[in-house]
Design a protein around this ligand. Structure first.
Ligand code: HEM
Length: 414
């Protein structure tokens, strides 16, 4: 049994080279040995040793992300290609006992589905056979506490975010008593898992909203980065390998169900492609501060390079605009960093050519210290705000991972 220092999860008995971490990269031993469309283990290990994040193309349909462990899977897991995010409201009369029952049901369902086994009452078991890096991550909204008599156990930060100047929030995309984040490399498997888990708790819940998202096909761009619908490489300066330090709650005074858990911010951010179309390429690059083709900062280097924010052009003006997205989003305080895990959404309203944006998800151990100051600075001034508008917002507490014999958030009900 190996133990992953970042996810804290058990990676299973494995002869996988240490640099190829099965939990983070979703490679089961079986996938490494037999999967990957004939891709040799040596090629995979070679890519890892070359310093690349393992390419998602190297994963097979049988790739399994372990889910039992110190933290829930689907947080520091290298983002899969597809997302279904469902927020639920608890039905009237659901008390703590029934919430506990719901979380027991989900624990069992997630246990099975993510490991390639059908759920107990699965009417389409064949859709569960090849999990393709399926992860299901559960979070609790404030209503899970206020409605069930658990208010005294609600973390103080578990409440709607403060209002920000540039947003136009729509209730239809906001809030929720519970959230289920289902991610995977196969949209059919993701859809099946999401429906199964939603169906399993329909006596206790109603669906408040569902948001579907996607990134690039495996192999298009290095895993961890994707091209958003503005054409930008997105994710370049994300946490890479330092996640544990910033993402998982490690305050010893935190309640046991949260110690090892996280906080989740969900924002639905509309991207106005019609007005973005009016902007030329230099204008587009200026808005973010990075090049469109290779994602390098306008001050040079590669996608991995940090921008030189002090650099001036021949006229003495800053090369990275004072209001560029990367200048306004970055922080001088390293303790304010967080993990971004966004997906592109694509709406389909009749009569419009594009209704697109991001289901923008961030994980951090402390929302008020890490996320809010950055969001506040960005909302006040950021060139990108001309083309992006937050239209939905929600906050969830993500319970710690479950070990053998446990169920999700069980310490909450002690
Ligand atoms: C649709 C909305 C958004 C788009 C299209 C977008 C796009 C981008 C792009 C292209 C980059 C540069 C590449 C990278 O480092 O990932 C970036 C960086 C970044 N973004 Fe965003 N972003 C969006 C929303 C947000 C929000 C809401 C936040 C947080 C409040 C945020 C925080 C950051 C941070 C922290 C960086 C890295 C800055 C650095 O250290 O260089 N972004 N974003």
């Amino acid at each position: 049994m190996t133990h992953d220092p970042i996810s804290g999860n058990e990676a299973g008995e494995s002869s996988v080279p240490e640099s190829v971490d099965p939990q983070r990269e979703g490679l089961s031993r079986r996938a490494l040995l037999f999967g990957g469309g004939g891709l040799a283990v040596g090629a995979i290990a070679g890519a890892a040793l070359a310093g690349n994040v393992i390419d998602r193309a190297a994963t097979s349909v049988d790739a399994i992300v372990p889910w039992r462990g110190a933290h829930q899977a689907g947080i520091v897991t290298t983002p899969q290609g597809f997302l279904t995010l469902i927020a639920f409201d608890l039905a009237d009369g659901v008390d703590a006992l029934r919430l506990e029952r719901l979380l027991r049901i989900w624990t069992d369902g997630i246990d099975r589905l993510t490991q390639g086994r059908p759920g107990l009452t699965d009417t389409e078991p064949e859709l569960a056979a090849h999990p393709a890096r399926l992860t299901c991550t559960v979070g609790l909204g404030s209503g899970a506490f206020t409605q069930t008599g658990l208010e005294s156990r609600r973390p103080v930060w578990l409440r709607p975010l403060p209002a920000f100047p540039n947003e136009e929030l729509d209730e239809a995309w906001s809030g929720g008593d519970l959230v289920l984040q289902v991610c995977g490399e196969d949209p059919s498997v993701v859809a099946h898992a999401a429906r199964f888990l939603a169906k399993d708790v329909r006596d206790f819940t109603t669906v408040r909203w569902t948001q579907n998202g996607f990134r690039n096909a495996a192999g298009q761009v290095p895993a961890g980065t994707f091209r958003n619908q503005f054409g930008q490489l997105d994710g370049s300066q994300n946490l890479q390998g330092e996640e544990a330090q910033y993402v998982f709650i490690d305050d010893p005074t935190a309640p046991a169900w949260l110690l090892g858990g996280s906080t989740m911010v969900v924002r639905r951010i509309r991207m106005n492609l019609d007005t973005w179309d009016e902007l030329d390429r230099p204008g587009r690059e200026n808005a973010v501060g990075r090049r469109l083709d290779d994602g390098a900062p306008l001050t040079g280097g590669t996608e991995a390079s940090a921008a030189d924010l002090d650099a001036k052009n021949a006229l003495g003006f800053p090369v990275i605009d004072q209001a560029a997205h990367i200048r306004r989003s970055r922080t001088d305080d390293p303790t304010q960093r967080f993990l971004r895990r966004p997906y592109t959404y694509q709406g389909e309203p009749a009569g419009t050519i594009s209704d697109t944006g991001q289901v923008w998800i961030a994980f951090q151990k402390d929302i008020e210290h890490q996320y809010i100051p950055v969001q506040r600075r960005q909302s006040e001034l950021d060139l990108l705000n001309v083309w992006i508008t937050p239209i939905g917002s929600a906050v969830f507490a993500v319970p710690r991972g479950v070990r053998e014999g446990e169920f999700l958030a069980q310490d909450l009900f002690g």
